[in-house]
Design a binder for this molecule. Structure first.
Ligand code: BES
Ligand code: ZN
Ligand code: ZN
Length: 488
């Protein structure tokens, strides 16, 4: 697909899309009536500009869509509206479409481009019926009509979307198509393509390094665990940010096995890894002036004679011993090694981990926000603000010491499961805190509810690539805030 900034739609444009917010309904309908020669009274009867409302009209040979955005049209809603329209109408829109962005905020360009590209995603990757080619996707043109379309924003929307599409494929891949090696080779290819360093430590190397908690989780699986380290250093970077993502390619629960009802969804237990892989790739594509370290400990959590058993005491990279009272609390074990490794080897100014860590965060916040845990008010504020801008909401939860009480073990330095049926997302954050070596600007994002969700587009839940836009926005804000470097 080719995106063009134009000052007038070309004569052969087959479809024109007008995005309309509820509060500007009257003025926009007047503009549409004037430009399309559709009667204003008809437009007024048909269009209410509710969220997700798509109204179709015909003017001569042209198809006209008025795309309702509702009243809280943030970037997330705009992207979603365009994604849905393109996804549902792909066979009807023709190969040449126009988007009217006259008098719209300049940054809409990025979101419209992003949404249109995401609308090309095909959920049925494993279906055997031949795919019908879509003219727009094959050799189509999208004209963006506005006096001030910024080509850099077209590029940004495109770069992010193309990475997100790949992450959708990774997130939705079943475990027989996705092993730790799949994530490792994804990172290697991305590093080669966009010019950043990637090292992958196999299980032998993990052993020499002392990544024992990761190895313990992986010991029951046929596919060996891997430890992925990515490093992108943008020109002019003066801040170093470490990202750590949970890469469990399938979580059976291990010997503390999960109930079977929704276990198939546990192919998505690498949502944190996807966010980290995606954020590093996007930063490299956009050449952001930041030093970024992306760490992904990746493994399956399987049931086998070799699997770790409840009650086992394991070692960790930090040198702390852990009593594994529940093998299903595996994410915090592999993150513990990832976090300590990041701190000791890279000393990042800011350290953020993302993980589909607990069912507890879903019971707390549902699917509409991720849990944010940090002891740094400043970092918490910056992350929350970035999330508000991208529509990837974060909600901060406490880190009071009392929540760590139940993690005390009689026989080891710590245990991985509190044993109580409440506040488990917080207990998990308290567990991780023991492995960040008192880092003062560390945040943990529990994305169990947001990484894999209802899409409206697919009958079942699917990967969202939550975190990629959030982290890109956070990094951009950090770069633009010149006073920042010394205050963490
Ligand atoms: N991967 C799960 C968390 C999860 C649950 C992600 C639902 C997405 C949807 C994690 O490894 C896990 O099993 N957590 C346990 C922790 C418990 C044993 C302390 C949980 O939340 O039940
Ligand atoms: Zn688990
Ligand atoms: Zn898990």
């Amino acid at each position: 697909m080719n995106f063009l900034a134009v000052s007038q739609f070309s004569a052969d444009t087959q479809t024109i899309i007008y995005p309309v917010r509820k509060e500007e309904l009257a003025s926009q309908l007047a503009v549409i009536a004037e430009q399309t020669a559709l009667p204003l009274a008809v437009l007024e009867t048909e269009v209410k500009a509710e969220k997700a409302e798509i109204t179709t009209f015909f003017s001569g040979e042209k198809r006209i869509y008025v795309l309702g955005l509702g009243s809280e049209a943030n970037s997330h809603h705009l992207i979603k509206a365009f994604r849905t329209l393109i996804f549902k109408h792909k066979t009807k829109v023709g190969s040449q479409i126009g988007i009217s962005l006259q008098n719209r905020p300049a940054d809409w360009t990025e979101f419209v481009v992003n949404g249109i590209i995401l609308g090309t995603y095909d959920f049925g990757l494993y279906k055997s019926d031949p795919k019908t080619p879509v003219a727009l996707f094959e050799q189509g043109t999208v004209e963006l009509l506005s006096a001030e379309v910024n080509p850099e924003l077209i590029e940004k929307g495109k770069s992010i979307a193309e990475t997100q599409l790949q992450l959708f494929t990774l997130l939705n891949a079943p475990s027989n198509f996705k092993t730790p090696q799949t994530l490792a080779s994804w990172a290697m290819h991305s590093g080669e393509k966009y010019g950043y360093k990637v090292r992958v430590f196999d299980s032998g190397e993990c052993h020499s390094l002392g990544l024992f908690a990761l190895l313990a989780v992986g010991q029951g699986s046929k596919s060996e665990p891997e430890f992925i380290v990515m490093e992108y250093k943008g020109e002019g970077a003066n801040q170093k940010v470490g990202l750590v993502g949970k890469g469990v390619t399938f979580d059976t629960g291990g010997i503390s096995i999960k109930p079977s009802e929704n276990m198939h969804l546990m192919k998505s237990d690498m949502g944190g890894a996807a966010a980290v892989l995606g954020a590093v790739e996007v930063a490299a594509k956009l050449k952001l002036p930041i030093h970024l370290i992306g760490i992904v400990p990746t493994t399956e959590n399987s049931v086998d004679g070799e699997s770790m058993k409840p009650g086992d005491v394991i070692q960790s990279y930090a040198g702390k011993t852990i009593e594994v009272t529940d093998t299903d609390a595996e994410g915090r074990l592999i993150l513990a090694d990832g976090l300590t490794y990041a701190v000791r080897n890279f000393k990042p100014d800011v350290l953020i981990d993302l993980a589909t860590l607990t069912g507890s965060i879903i019971r707390t916040l549902g699917y509409h926000a991720a849990g944010l845990f940090t002891t740094s008010d400043l970092l918490g504020k910056k992350l929350k603000r970035a999330g508000e801008r991208t529509g990837e909401r974060l909600w901060r939860l406490p880190m009071w010491e009392d929540y760590a009480d139940h993690l005390k073990s009689d026989i080891a330095d710590v245990r991985n499961f509190s044993g109580v049926p409440h506040s488990q997302a917080i207990a998990a954050a308290k567990f991780l805190e023991l492995f960040v070596e008192n880092h003062t600007a560390w945040a943990h994002l529990d994305i169990a509810g947001t990484a894999y969700g209802d899409m409206d587009l697919a009958p079942q839940r699917a990967g969202t690539a939550y975190g990629v836009r959030l982290l890109t926005e956070f990094l951009t804000q950090l770069i633009n805030d010149k006073s920042q470097s010394s205050i963490w």
